[in-house]
Write a protein that binds this ligand. Sequence first.
Ligand code: NAD
Length: 473
Amino acid sequence: MSAVTTIDSASGSAPRDLASIPDRVAQLRAGFDAGRTRPLAWRIEQLERLRAMLVENADAVTRALHADLRKPETEAWATDVSLVLSEIALAKKSLRKWTKPEAIRTPMKLQPAKSWIVREPLGLVLIIAPWNYPVQLALAPLVAAIAAGNAAVVKPSEVTPHVSSLLATLIPNYLDRECIACVEGGVEETSALLAERWDHVFYTGNGRVGRIVMQAAAKHLTPVTLELGGKSPCIVDADCDLDVAARRIVWGKFINCGQTCIAPDYVLVHESRHDELLEKLVANLRAFYGEEPQRSADLGRIVNEAHVDRLAKLLESGKAVIGGTVDRADRWIAPTILRDVAPDSPVMQEEIFGPILPVLAIRDVDEAIAFVNRGEKPLALYVFTERPAIEEAVIARTSSGGVCVNAVLWHIGNENLPFGGVGESGMGAYHGRHGFEVLSHHRAVLKKSVKVDPSIAYPPFTKLKKALIKRFA
Ligand code: NAD
């Protein structure tokens, strides 16, 4: 397979062909209506082809990720591609079990009868992906859509044009063109897609566009999954292994240059360990990326200059204990740790989504919990503590899409856990069986024997019947 395909327009997006979208969507729907996607054999074959697509084009994929985000090769594979391969492996292994009709207990009053649930495909699914993990976030939902027996359109982000273009080339070469398509484009194309009727829209990105998606879907009563973001807090208790905490926080914050939806957005550390934590964070940053991180082969870049400009303004919200420099031409913001950050400063108002880590001191866990609860419900929440009572208090008295104790990000790596947000950080969840479930209709079936048909259920309702119905129905 060729390397990264060429980009056509100055904006980097594929040539626009808005007029063809309704016909393309109609073709895919016809493919679904013809029943092509329902057999398990089709699903397994498509999953195998998707796997082959990634494995056979591994070089092209890593080159595209490098061109768009300067992603280091190891990181590209470990964080963008391997999760999709794990999802494929799990779906293939589990499909028979997941699709088996699920026997359900039937209450006495309805006996003799049997009940069960059938998982059936929803139909045609639209997947809209963002730019930060542009392979994973376009293809992991596609695994779920295929596993559940749906037809699907993938719309990659125009902000990462090399990956978008590559997916648009590879998907039709590997997957069933009658049921799966990749449509490139930006706002105009996505709006044209959203004007069509879908059976589910799976959107990953920011909450502003999430609202646009939900509004468009409402027109056809189409269900949506919204995988959004927010400020994911990281609470560091006085009683914790600070060496491990600092190492893990630095790793999880600066991977992909902080452009990770579940990156620890800011740290709330017990005041007694504040200075010590800062020292250890700085030491780990140096150990990971050296004295000149801009030359490190293990750090990518900010996706574009607009985001560099946005992030540069946030640097003014505190005192940089390390980093704080900007090289716009290189799309570079140095990995930065900020101290003396006021809770109402700009860096604490919006999701940072970049390599800037504010560290704020707190008096106790109650203050940390109150701080978190003043904001919107985050996508992830992290707590480092050795004390079970603190762990329990944080989990019980806050809410978030997911939580890690003494770790960051790792919950996304367990494909058996649901991955999704709550409130402002999104609705619905996927990964593994959860993705299969969210893109399936859970159809209730009840089958009654015709051998027994007592007249008590039918009019006229005599006094005796009424009494019996009140007693048993
Ligand atoms: P983005 O700019 O790539 O936008 C996401 C998608 O929305 C793109 O495909 C884009 O074409 C489309 N889009 C943009 N404007 C639109 C409009 N007006 N109408 C219709 N479609 C439109 O990505 P982004 O939103 O900048 O992504 C970053 C955000 O995504 C962050 O908030 C991050 O936390 C969140 N995110 C969440 C997850 C998750 O799994 N929950 C994962 C990654 C990113």
